[in-house]
Ligand binder design. Structure first.
Ligand code: CTP
Length: 319
């Protein structure tokens, strides 16, 4: 019935290509890549059965009033109060309403971007999506700087901004957000308990400094809907990574999606070490049970989609 089916054998064969390190095969796949517009439309239609990214990308002001209590999406027993600050930062309408683009870049955070020289190419796309407030200025040649949409897990406050313990951490954060101008800052605030005070501090800093950034907070159903879509297509992902979430959302807005910085492997095809993140010293965690993500499986899925012309995955140098 035209459903996109990612059979186990397709995934296994791409697995073999990646494992055996057939760099020439991979390179060929990149050079010969061509968009398959009918497949793009079919995928968009199928995803729309599970979620409407225009709506699910963010809750809006009218969904809540200050003082409302909601249950965390991935931990239903625990609850969160919608504060005055949070409520005042909810958008009136979806920040993605009626926005359509010819080409988009979704930029993951893998160290594979280092020495890629992909900055110019990434910035040449009509809409650039980035993850977890990753730094760009120091890496501009490889990752570009344009950021129309950027995600921020609450844990970023701890990881990259010292938990806002010092004034200088807070200043660094405010400087980073000022650079974004009126881009969308997407904060998954309703997933699990633990980050609520970080989210509150972020909200307070945005309000106090009158930052122009357009805050968005994913709907309570988004993650279940995205997982549902991939499960139906036989991709068993317990908790989609930010990068996969962004690709799934982007199918609604973008005719051509180019992925960069997706490489969840500690070595490249020539055996050279690859950092987990291009900008910090975080180590690979998803080989242990501690990680909720299944990035290698996600990658294989994206690789299959690349080969079918549904998206373009760049894992080498940009020329
Ligand atoms: N990514 C990748 N390979 C890596 C690192 C990241 O493919 N070595 C992709 C993943 O899709 C990931 C996205 O880039 O979701 C952004 O990276 P990161 O900020 O690490 O994303 P999170 O999904 O938030 O991961 P974590 O929960 O580990 O913070």
């Amino acid at each position: 019935d035209g459903e996109l089916s990612l059979s186990r054998s397709m995934i296994n064969s791409s697995d073999k290509i990646i494992r055996k390190g057939g760099s020439s095969i991979f390179q060929h796949a990149v050079e010969g890549w061509k968009i398959n517009s009918s497949l793009v439309l079919e995928i968009r239609k199928n995803i729309l059965r599970f979620l409407d990214a225009e709506r699910d990308v963010s809750v809006v002001k009218s969904s809540f009033k200050p003082g409302d209590v909601i249950h965390y999406v991935l931990d239903r027993r625990r609850t969160l109060n919608i504060s005055q600050d949070l409520h005042s930062l909810l958008p009136e309408v979806s920040p993605m309403k009626n926005r359509r683009f010819k080409t988009c870049a979704v930029v993951g955070n893998s160290g594979i971007l280092l020495d890629s020289g992909c900055g110019k190419e990434i910035d040449s796309h009509d809409f650039v999506i980035r993850c977890n407030l990753a730094p760009v200025v120091e890496f501009a040649a490889d990752v570009g700087t344009k950021s129309d949409f950027i995600t921020m897990n609450p844990s970023v406050v701890q990881r990259a901004f010292g938990g806002f313990r010092n004034e200088s951490d807070r200043e660094k954060f405010v400087r980073r957000l000022s650079m974004l101008n009126d881009s969308v800052l997407w904060i998954p605030a309703f997933m699990v308990k633990g980050g609520e005070k970080h989210v509150e501090w972020v909200n307070a800093l945005i309000l106090k400094n009158k930052l122009k950034v357009r805050t968005a907070y994913p709907s309570l159903r988004l993650i279940h809907a995205v997982r549902g879509y991939w499960l139906t297509n036989k991709v068993h992902i317990k908790r989609p990574s930010t990068g996969l979430l962004m690709y799934t959302l982007a199918t609604r807005f973008c005719d051509e999606i180019h992925l960069y910085g997706f490489w969840p492997f500690p070595k490249d095809l020539h055996g050279k070490p690859v950092k987990y993140h291009y900008y910090d010293d975080l180590k690979y965690r998803y080989f242990s049970n501690a990680s909720p993500h299944r990035m290698p499986l996600e990658f294989k899925t994206l690789y299959v989609l690349h080969n079918r012309g549904a998206l373009k995955l760049t894992t080498g140098r940009c020329v």
